[in-house]
Design a protein around this ligand. Structure first.
Ligand code: NAG
Ligand code: NAG
Ligand code: NAG
Ligand code: NAG
Ligand code: NAG
Ligand code: NAG
Ligand code: NAG
Ligand code: NAG
Ligand code: NAG
Ligand code: NAG
Ligand code: NAG
Ligand code: NAG
Length: 596
């Protein structure tokens, strides 16, 4: 691939999977004024035997049962529905619902969202925690550690334009940057969603749109799953889901209260838990940990030298142009106005280009796994060819092509508002914690882009009713059947877990631990051991720092993907300095001043 490093770096965001790494997109020659002819055979056919219902609130849902055609959830007796919540002629949101394999009547409802912005929740479905994954010969195989072993699961592709969700659709192709090109711009190779990417370009707007889709879906659920009794709702997210999780949950929670007291119509839920895996929650808190993680991680890897490190420190801390100062300016700015969004975007650019990205340019190591090479062959990308098979398209009831996990137009639309560095996600998290809802932060300790140092810093910076007790709690081993998979700090409804030997997509690397972390979170067991019911005063009595180390992993060649690092006989290396709350306190003052 001959992208400039700048493009690669910018696209290599919290995408979950960066589209630029996929071998997929072909190079087209834009600029031709001829309308290219579509090869009809390449356009997916209209799906057959699509079923539909009108829900109690008048929403049209179209769907199929892919499991009946051998796709994904083939466990006998376990139902699954894939289809669209059609809210308007130009709003069609793709969902995939899986009944719980255990007790679909009484098990809760969990919504899973990947990040991006612009990344598809089918990443999580096929690569992480869904009922199946895709084998090299492009068939689905059962995942024994799927999260629908303990919960009904809803996977939603959002906002519109992500995955199979569409506003309109038309023949076209994808540019080398992963953006949609119509038939006038380049020879079409398939049919794709056509959207106005700037219509939903902030997390807060996406939350409003997602709630409408979820309410539409829930209003049809009595017809799709007539026996389901549970109204217990969990949200689980990853990566840019560090933004989505807190903002969506908080917005949903407030809308639900309006439904509860009769001031809004809709399906009322019981809000139970929020899980965030390797999330970017607050750039101001997390940005300083890019350089720290790059040179002083628990794998003994020093990804770049002192000169580069010094450069990142200037980029981070310099007055006026520094990453942190610019984020402070963003807090003062009006984020609803063009100028304010520009200020925030510039802040995000400075942080990404000069604090985060030197690792990509000089480290040679994986964005999502420091043990891997930059062009990381894991997890394998069989999903894209799988989803472009006519038989699979028909079984899912879709007629658009799938060439990337991530919609680049949506990514850049969010980039242009500066959503990446907005301050409200930490505040949303604080509201959620104060409301008593359970929150689990889970971070794989090999991920660079949303690394656990930054996640831990967020957990300690959160300012809520039990901040003092949470900070007083220590780390204890997180175990399943006697095997230690990580370290957890927990007080009451809040926990932070570092998972050993896991990259960004934690459930892919540590499926057993991930399933139990999820199971314990949603059913109210202590996160570390699953042996006690969680109570308001539950506290982990352990060490102040998560000091476990791993042995050094030499940079592997691009062709091999062995993530295995032996946990034995690791040299004890000291871990990061925590310059504590000073920065956060400064930030909190600024936020307060700005809102006065
Ligand atoms: C789009 O899907 C059709 C199958 O319906 C397939 O023949 C075609 O190659 C796909 N296009 C791309 C770019 O994958
Ligand atoms: C829902 O919309 C689809 C597609 O427009 C249509 O074919 C179907 O008849 C509608 N279903 C109902 C129940 O109105
Ligand atoms: C799919 O899951 C099976 C069963 O857990 C596992 O053996 C296999 O390696 C996985 N394949 C991929 C491509 O992740
Ligand atoms: C998940 O459920 C399947 C089917 O019920 C079962 O075979 C499997 O053992 C379960 N996995 C775990 C980890 O309990
Ligand atoms: C896209 O959406 C934005 C925001 O709703 C709107 O201002 C703009 O006019 C739309 N663009 C097009 C081409 O429809
Ligand atoms: C309903 O709840 C909302 C949010 O808590 C509150 O703002 C509103 O005043 C309440 N309305 C009624 C009618 O109680
Ligand atoms: C540090 O690394 C950079 C990039 O590889 C290189 O240009 C520079 O010479 C190195 N500096 C030292 C002091 O080794
Ligand atoms: C922020 O900008 C929006 C859009 O221009 C404007 O409507 C709003 O009044 C501004 N808010 C403040 C506090 O200036
Ligand atoms: C969920 O966790 C509880 C508490 O540790 C345990 O008893 C139960 O077996 C777990 N469920 C599954 C399916 O692993
Ligand atoms: C932790 O310590 C507190 C106070 O010393 C004690 O009350 C509590 O039982 C301990 N919890 C555990 C799990 O050991
Ligand atoms: C790594 O972190 C340790 C512990 O916080 C600190 O003492 C040490 O100076 C750091 N080393 C580097 C190279 O930053
Ligand atoms: C935390 O919140 C409390 C109560 O809202 C406030 O008084 C305090 O200043 C906050 N602390 C920080 C560090 O922001």
């Amino acid at each position: 691939m001959h992208y400039s490093s700048k493009v690669l770096v910018v696209v290599a965001t919290c995408l979950g999977i960066a589209s630029a790494f996929n071998p997929g997109p072909k190079i087209h020659r834009p600029g031709s004024d001829k309308v290219m002819q579509v090869n009809k055979r390449q356009l997916p056919a209209e799906p057959t035997d699509v079923l539909s219902i009108t829900t109690s609130s008048g929403v049209n849902i179209t769907y199929k049962e892919p499991g009946n055609e051998g796709i994904c959830e083939t466990t006998p007796g376990v139902k699954s529905y894939a289809g669209f919540v059609n809210l308007a002629p130009d709003v069609h949101s793709f969902f995939w619902w899986f009944e719980s394999r255990r007790d679909p009547v009484n098990d809760p409802i969990t919504l899973w969202l990947n990040g991006g912005p612009g990344s598809d929740s089918l990443i999580g479905l096929f690569q992480e925690l869904g009922p199946c994954n895709i084998s090299e010969d492009l068939v689905t195989q059962i995942n024994p550690y799927a999260w629908n072993n303990v919960s009904n699961m809803l996977f939603l592709s959002q906002p519109l334009g992500v995955g199979f969700s569409y506003g309109g659709k038309a023949p076209g192709s994808m540019s080398i940057f992963g953006s949609y090109l119509n038939a006038q711009e380049a020879p079409p190779d398939g049919r794709y969603p056509v959207i106005n990417a700037t219509a939903i370009d902030t997390t807060d707007l996406a939350a409003v749109a997602a709630w409408e889709v979820i309410q539409g879906f829930l209003s049809g659920l009595p017809q799709l799953a007539p026996n389901l009794k549970s109204k217990t709702f969990n949200l689980a997210t990853e990566s840019y889901g560090g933004h989505y999780g807190p903002a969506f949950f908080n917005y949903f929670y407030n809308q639900n209260q309006l439904i509860a007291n009769g001031s809004a119509k809709g399906v009322q839920l019981d809000f139970n838990s929020l899980t965030i895996i390797n999330g970017i929650i607050d750039e101001y808190i997390q940005a300083p940990y890019y350089p720290e993680f790059a040179v002083n991680n628990t794998y003994g890897i020093k990804a770049y030298n002192q000169s580069i490190y010094d450069y990142t420190q200037i980029a981070l801390n310099a007055p006026v142009f520094g990453c942190l100062t610019q984020i402070e300016s963003c807090y003062y700015a009006n984020q609803s106005a063009l100028v304010g969004q520009g200020v925030c975007t510039e802040a995000a650019n400075e942080c990404r280009d000069n604090v985060e990205s030197p690792y990509y340019a000089f480290g040679g190591r994986g964005v999502y796994d420091i043990r891997h090479p930059y062009e990381d062959p894991t997890p394998p990308d069989y999903i894209i060819p799988f989803l472009n098979q006519a038989s699979v398209q028909d079984a899912l009831g879709v007629d658009t092509n799938y060439t990337s996990f991530s919609n680049t137009d949506i990514y850049y639309a969010f980039q242009q508002t500066g959503d990446f560095v907005y301050p409200n996600f930490l505040e949303d998290l604080e509201h959620i914690l104060n409301s008593g809802v359970r929150v689990s932060l889970i971070y794989g300790d090999a991920d660079y882009i949303c690394n656990w140092f930054g996640g831990e810093a967020v957990s300690l910076a959160v300012n809520y009713t039990h901040t003092a007790e949470f900070r007083r709690a220590g780390y204890i081993p997180m175990t399943v059947d006697g095997v230690e998979y990580g370290e957890t700090r927990e007080f009451g409804n809040f926990s932070f877990t570092r998972v050993y030997e896991a990259g960004h997509e934690v459930p892919y690397y540590q499926p057993i631990a991930s399933l139990q972390l999820f199971n314990r979170t949603i059913f109210g067991f202590d996160t570390a051991t699953g042996t006690q019911k969680v109570s308001a005063n539950l506290i982990t009595n352990g060490t102040a720092q998560a000091t476990h180390t791993e042995s050094f992993v030499p940079l592997p060649s691009t062709s091999s993907a062995s993530p295995s690092a032996s946990a034995t006989s690791a040299p004890k290396i000291p871990i990061i300095p925590r310059n504590k709350w000073a920065r956060y306190e400064k930030k909190a003052r600024l936020v307060k001043d700005a809102s006065n």
